[in-house]
Design a protein around this ligand. Structure first.
Ligand code: GLU
Length: 579
């Protein structure tokens, strides 16, 4: 076993400030950056688990060691994450899972995304003045809580792919919840900034600020007996207790205490959906990811498709021109994302027409290698009849976690799990937090021309996501790389950059995760402080450049020369453990 962790905490520079929020959009980093901890990759030959927290990685690793599958390990990790990384994910949230069954050589995707209450409509987030609400007005309290999907998705995954007893997978979390876990520095740092937002729900406030003032202290032992009881109920009575039984009752009651619309029927009717993975070649590799309702996968594949004609390898990672071209391709893809992508069960979207090779070729032809385009419009893919969709350019945030797992059976899992904002709705019930995922919908049902927005709120619909779980296969068809990240709509850029770093620039996996984040979501070219050297040259190419903190949350596994290499993001607490 290799489990090394070197801690080098750098104080975040004050000089650049964080990215700012625009009106009615989520602030750029509600799960704020909390420093940098240098990480070392873990190298194994048989198995690997990488999650955003050491306790969750350990839980997953123990499952793998006793012969459990990646599915089993993910369940154990998720139950622990909901306890020890409560700001990011939990059973009160949603997830997307990409799973490669090594024996059948089949890829499965599961959509455990939250759904809107049946009686929610386009004006859910319209304020008293008739205008879209501010982000926190919308997200704190019951209004933005969607039906959680994580448990239904994991239940399904376990039925298909688990080989360990369901109950055994809950044990590490139950033990930690009963005996106590060590509060992380990251959690404390976020809580220090968050107190004013714990305004609605006393249960959450007292849990995180026991005297209503002082946040949980890093390094202290914290117990969560209510969470242990909830997990025991789920083990003893099945997942139905969460969707139809006592826990469902408590969720509905809590959400309705403060502006929420969720009903027992919403919960009892929830289904995790199996969807078809979407895949596209890139430089001989096959990149597979999740389709809508996340925009992450499609947008990623569009960008890669446009980049394929450029010799990024020859340019190298130090050439601002490479970043310029990546940014321009990203701008083009984001214009389409904002216009079209949504829950395909509710609105007709172009979906995979957007990755049609001719269409991407035409879009890429708009890129000028020497100068940023002045304006960008969304395109019209072939065979797509423009209809009543309209633009929604809201950008999103971060209360999310990604895990990458490979087991001894040859299975690979890539799962991004989220409660949306840091600590979600800031409402807690029975020891777990409830999401605010409905703020991923457009706050405006129609655009300035009165046309319906594709990602408008509709009862039962899933809000558009940016989560981008990825599994890449090498030319011989074997798993080559799996990765994903937290980070709202920046997830797409974070993941894209690492794919390019590994495939085009041949970088070691950990070095790829460590490198400065540089990305474009359509408005500005964003550069992490550690990549400051790129700011000036990119400005000179015509980009508005924003330098600041970028709180990615990547985890990744690479299969290389018989080794299984696990790497985690230095910007978060995660670790890799394998053997
Ligand atoms: N709610 C966001 C989404 O689904 C994720 C938030 C995050 O990454 O933190 O895209």
């Amino acid at each position: 076993m290799i489990f090394r962790r070197i801690l080098l905490i750098f104080m975040v520079l004050g000089a650049f400030g964080t990215f700012s929020a625009t009106a009615q959009e989520a602030p750029a980093a509600p799960e704020p950056a909390t420093g940098y901890q240098a990480k070392q990759a873990s190298i194994g030959a048989k198995m690997m688990a990488v999650t955003a927290h050491p306790d969750a990685t350990k839980a997953a690793y123990e499952v793998l060691r006793r012969g459990g599958t990646a599915a089993d390990a993910a369940i154990a990790a998720q139950m622990v994450l909901g306890l020890v990384e409560p700001q990011s994910s939990g059973i009160g949230g949603g997830a997307f899972i990409l799973y490669y069954d090594g024996e059948k050589e089949q890829l499965i995707t599961l959509d455990g995304r939250e759904t809107a209450p049946a009686n929610a409509g386009g004006h859910l987030f319209t304020g008293h003045d008739g205008k879209p609400m501010g982000f926190y007005e919308a997200s704190i309290g019951g209004r933005a809580v969607g039906t959680p999907g994580v448990l239904r998705a994991l239940e399904k995954l376990h039925k298909w792919q688990g080989n360990q007893e369901w109950s055994s997978l809950f044990e590490p979390a139950i033990t930690l919840a009963e005996q106590g876990f060590i509060v992380s520095e990251r959690t404390q740092k976020i809580l220090l900034k968050e107190r004013p937002r714990f305004s609605v729900d006393t249960e959450a406030k007292i849990y995180f600020y026991p005297d209503t003032v002082t946040p949980l202290k890093a390094g202290s032992l914290k117990r969560n007996p209510d969470y242990a009881i909830s997990l025991r109920k789920i083990v003893n009575e099945g997942v139905d207790v969460f969707y139809k039984g006592a826990l469902a009752q408590n969720i509905v009651e809590k959400v309705r205490e403060d502006k929420g619309l969720l009903s027992i029927e919403d919960l009892s009717g929830y289904k995790a959906k199996e969807r078809r993975a979407i895949c596209r070649p890139y430089r001989g590799y096959k990149v597979c990811t999740m389709g809508e309702p996340t925009s992450g996968g499609l947008t990623l594949l569009m960008i890669l498709g446009m980049l394929e004609k450029y010799d990024l390898r020859a340019m190298g990672a130090k050439d601002p021109k490479a970043w310029h071209i990546i940014s321009e391709a990203s701008r083009l893809a984001f214009a389409d994302r904002n216009q079209y992508m949504a829950d395909v069960d509710f609105v007709k979207t172009p979906n995979t027409l957007l990755v049609n090779p001719d269409y991407l070729k035409n879009r890429a032809a708009l890129i000028d290698e020497n100068k940023a385009m002045t304006t960008i419009e969304h395109g019209v893919p072939p065979n797509w009849t423009p209809h009543n969709q309209a633009a929604d350019s809201k950008t999103k945030n971060t209360g999310t976690t990604h895990m990458s797992i490979a087991d001894i059976h040859g299975n690979v899992l890539s799962m991004t799990s989220s409660i949306e904002n840091a600590f979600g709705s800031r409402m807690m019930v029975d020891g777990f937090l409830l999401n605010n995922q409905l703020t991923d919908f457009s706050f405006k049902p129609v655009d300035e021309n009165g046309l319906p927005v594709a990602n408008r709120v509709q009862g039962g619909k899933r809000p558009r996501s940016s989560m981008t779980p990825v599994i890449i296969f090498s030319p011989d068809g074997q798993p080559f790389l799996t990765l994903g990240s937290a980070g709202g709509s920046r997830i797409i850029g974070y993941v894209l950059q690492r794919i390019i770093a590994v495939i085009d620039w041949n970088m070691d996996l950990q070095a790829a995760l460590d490198m400065p984040n540089i990305l474009h979501r359509g408005k500005k070219l964003e550069v992490e402080k550690s990549g400051l050297e790129f700011a000036e040259p990119l400005k000179n190419l015509g980009h508005p450049v924003l330098v600041g903190e970028m709180n990615s949350g990547l985890t990744a596994i690479q299969f290389k020369n018989g080794q299984i290499i696990g790497a985690s993001d230095p910007r978060r607490d995660g670790v890799a453990m394998g053997e």
